[in-house]
Structures are given as C-alpha cells and as structure tokens.
Design a binder for this molecule. Structure first.
Ligand code: G
Ligand code: G
Ligand code: MN
Ligand code: NA
Length: 250
C-alpha cells in the first residue's frame, strides 16, 4: 500500500515529531511529568495522529526502529527539563517481543544523560495479555534500571484486576472515558474513586486522563487522585512551547 510505503520512508526523511503534554500534580498545580506523543508530519496530508499509523507501524515491524527513535529523541528533550519533571514514553506490545527493548531504554538514558528515575514507561494492558515469563522478565529488567512502569488506559479493553497483581506498577492512568462523565454520572465517580483507593492500597499512584474542567479537578481531589492530564492544563505541543514556570493561581 501507498500509505505503508510512505510510512517506511518517514523515519529516514525525518517526518516524525514528538509533541508533549503535561501531567499536573493536583497538590501544587505544577507539571510533575510530561508525556511524549508521536505524530507524523506527512508532506501532503499534514499532521497525522498516532492512532492512524502506530497500528500499521506495529504490523510492519517499523515500530521497532521508530520506538527507538522516540526513546532517544524524547530522552534528549526530557534531559533539558527541571529535575523534578519526569518524562513519560509510551511503549508498544511489539517492542516487548523485539528482544532489545531493555538495551534500547538503557542506551537512550546513557546517550541523553536523563536519570532513569526521571523516565516513566507507559504500557497498556495489551502488553500483559501475553502473561508469559518473557514479558514479565523484561518489565522487571526495565524496573531494575530504575525507571517507573505505568499502566496506561486502565479500565478499557481487556483490563482485568489480575494485571495489578502481575507487576508493581508505579502508577495507574485512569482512562479518559471514566473522567469524561465524572461530574454527571455517579457510576463514573464511583469507578474513579474505587480505582484510586485500590491503587493506594497497592502502593501505586493514579493519574486521571482527559481532564477538561475544574469541576472534574475538584471531584478528583476529593477522591484522592493526585495527578491529572488533559486539555484543561494543556494540549500536546512541540517541546519549545512547554512552560514549566507559570503555575496557575487558584
Ligand atoms: O495523542 P494522542 O495523542 O492522539 O495519542 C493516541 C495514542 O497513541 C496514545 O494513547 C498512545 O497509546 C499512542 N501513542 C502516542 N505516542 C506513542 C508512541 O510514541 N509510541 C506508541 N507505541 N504509542 C504512542
Ligand atoms: O497514551 P494515550 O492513550 O493515553 O494518550 C492520550 C490521548 O488522549 C491522546 O490522544 C491525547 O491527545 C488525548 N487527550 C489528552 N488530553 C485529552 C483531553 O483532555 N480530552 C480528550 N478528549 N482527549 C485528550
Ligand atoms: Mn499514554
Ligand atoms: Na491513555
């Protein structure tokens, strides 16, 4: 396919770019982490979002070199941020099967100088679908480097509470579908509250995704959720547009 061919060419043509979205500490209203989100600057079609090309990159194996480029580029940028700001990078299940994910992460940290403790690796439940020893061994090796492992999009897809027992995640990201109707639906509030309490009992933190209103922030703080990400605080933007200094007055 034409699309697939162009996608293969995109890496050598330097058409990928990374945008960054802040994750805000709900105690201080300052960014504690910034998530790297890849985009493809297509010469004719413009900026293409990841859900349009990551699945194709996964099918074709391009996700391996692309994933390594993302780790390198994001770590170099993250290394320039203030010490208290962490970088979050998304990993694909395919990268776990490549055999060199641990080396790629170790290499990106070494080349960029980003301390391991300032890197969060976000994985979805699809990584844990293969409950084999290989995947878990890689997760433990990554954690052994000193990076944080975060469970993304929790509550969607094949999610199961048993995944929380498989690995000691640093944080759980509560999917934006539960946050969207937080102020209008008591069932969503119950789910967010319960997941936050469960996470706390397991010594994990929670991040609420897709936060768009202050009403949601008030409810999240009330149930003890400490971190929020969403358009209320900032859309994904190029690295140069990030601002770490100006905390909103509330
Ligand atoms: O940014 P939105 O920005 O449209 O991102 C949509 C989804 O695309 C994210 O939830 C994430 O699962 C995936 N994604 C974004 N950036 C990356 C990346 O660098 N690597 C992988 N594997 N997935 C990504
Ligand atoms: O990794 P992942 O699935 O979590 O990436 C987050 C996705 O959610 C990205 O596509 C991002 O652009 C999107 N997103 C981030 N903040 C908001 C928000 O406040 N509202 C909505 N609807 N989407 C958001
Ligand atoms: Mn994510
Ligand atoms: Na998500």
């Amino acid at each position: 396919r034409e699309f697939e061919f162009r996608l293969r060419e995109a890496l050598p043509r330097q058409e990928f770019e990374i945008h960054y979205q802040p994750i805000v500490d709900l105690g201080t209203y300052r960014p504690c982490t910034v998530e790297a989100l890849v985009r493809w600057r297509h010469p004719e079609l413009g900026l293409i979002p990841p859900d349009k090309f990551i699945p194709v990159a996964e099918e074709t194996g391009l996700i391996i070199p692309l994933g390594e480029w993302i780790l390198d580029a994001a770590c170099h940028t993250g290394a320039t941020w203030p010490d208290h700001v962490r970088l979050a990078v998304n990993l694909s299940a395919i990268q776990f099967r490549s055999g060199n994910l641990v080396d790629a992460v170790r290499g990106a940290l070494a080349r960029s100088g980003l301390p391991a403790a300032r890197l969060e690796l976000e994985i979805t439940e699809s990584v844990l679908l293969q409950k084999d020893h290989g995947t878990l061994a890689v997760l433990h090796e990554l954690a052994g480097l000193g990076v944080h492992i975060v469970l993304d999009d929790f509550g969607t897809g094949y999610s199961s509470l048993s995944y929380l027992q498989l690995f000691p995640f640093s944080k759980i990201k509560i999917d934006k579908s539960f946050v969207a109707d937080l102020s209008s639906r008591t069932d969503c509030a119950a789910i967010v509250s319960t997941v936050t309490n469960l996470a706390k009992a397991l010594d994990m933190g929670t991040t609420a995704e897709g936060v768009e209103t202050w009403e949601q922030v008030t409810l999240l703080r009330a149930v003890g959720c400490r971190e929020a990400q969403g358009w209320l605080f900032g859309r994904p933007v190029p690295a140069v547009a990030l601002c770490f200094e100006a905390a909103p007055f509330r």
